[in-house]
Design a protein around this ligand. Structure first.
Ligand SMILES: C[S@@+](CC[C@H](N)C(=O)[O-])C[C@H]1O[C@@H](n2cnc3c(N)ncnc32)[C@H](O)[C@@H]1O
Length: 290
């Protein structure tokens, strides 16, 4: 039986912060979390879970984001259906530059000039609706207009959305890796469904812990939409695998975490070329010198 826990919150920013904290929580077992705008402009945070949630841990996380007077989540039981997919199937297609990320029900929405990426809601992160994914897609679109990249890495690929975008736009090979074997299987299947299976090579790897990196590095473009902590931790091994004049796109960090992440990469010889803020999330474009 799938259960749903719902909490109304005043703004999208708060909804995103709380959703991120919950979906990253070890204590809650990384449940599936969605944020939904209501007709009156307020937002709700929804947690879909099979096993009982640790309500004390959830209360503590909610208080950390909303303050001590935070209301409690309301728990309901859902009839047996694929509610994760259902909750997302109504989502509209997302446009980011030339890319249009859509579910199968919106296949007909792609125009002739769009680079359409079909991603079904499922078990991995990356339907294009999150500010970090959209920020990366916009950065990829802009970068491709200025330069052709040959050795490309999508680190933390999730659904594979960014790897598929680069493979489709540039007809280039992309290495797509993720710490989560389920995400890697999803990315592999999505690449095939989007007609770029032969261009997207997938591997399960925590950071750079896989021999495939030795074979494919040095990279001239690395896109990593993870979180601020892992991005800082990965700064040295990532920089070691860059070609001269490489570009790095980083996302998954909150606006206030930008200076810490930029400082870590500056120590590795990269300079900040652009920073784009969307929905409280930052996407950074960094460049390595010769
Ligand atoms: C925010 S999602 C990004 C998904 C997709 N790239 C996008 O932009 O929508 C982050 C992904 O990074 C993966 N991840 C987290 N830490 C990682 C690590 N140390 N090494 C590789 N992947 C990691 C997660 O499993 C998750 O699929």
């Amino acid at each position: 039986m799938t259960r749903l826990a719902t909490l109304p919150v005043p703004t999208e920013k708060i909804a995103n912060r709380l959703a991120e904290a919950i979906s990253d929580s070890d204590e809650l077992g990384w449940p599936t979390v969605a944020t939904t705008e209501q007709k009156d402009g307020s937002w709700t945070v929804e947690i879909y879970h099979e096993d009982a949630l640790d309500e004390a841990a959830l209360g503590a996380l909610t208080e950390a984001v909303l303050g001590p007077d935070a209301p409690a989540f309301i728990f309901t039981e859902l009839p047996d259906e694929n509610w994760v997919a259902k909750s997302l199937e109504g989502l509209k297609p997302v446009r980011a530059g030339r890319f249009l990320v859509h579910g199968s029900h919106d296949r007909d929405k792609a125009g002739i000039a769009d680079i359409a990426i079909e991603i079904e809601a499922g078990l991995a992160f990356g339907t294009g609706h999150h500010g970090t994914t959209a920020g990366c897609l916009l950065a990829i679109d802009a970068l491709g207009k200025a330069r052709r990249y040959a050795r490309i890495l999508d680190l933390g690929t999730g659904t594979g959305v960014l790897a598929i975008a680069m493979a489709k736009a540039w007809k280039r090979k992309v290495l797509a890796t993720d710490i989560d074997p389920v995400a890697v299987a999803v990315a592999h299947e999505n690449a095939r469904l989007n007609g770029v299976g032969p261009l997207v090579e997938t591997a399960v790897a925590a950071g750079f812990g896989h021999p495939v990196f030795t074979a494919r590095a040095p990279f001239d473009l690395v896109v990593a939409n993870i979180l601020a902590g892992p991005l800082v931790a990965l700064s040295a091994p990532l920089a070691r695998r860059l070609a001269p004049r490489a570009t790095v796109v980083l996302s998954g960090l909150l606006t206030e975490q930008g200076p810490r992440v930029v400082a870590a990469y500056r120590r590795q010889g990269l300079r900040l070329a652009r920073a784009d803020a969307r929905d409280g999330w930052l996407t950074l474009v960094l460049e390595k010198g010769r």
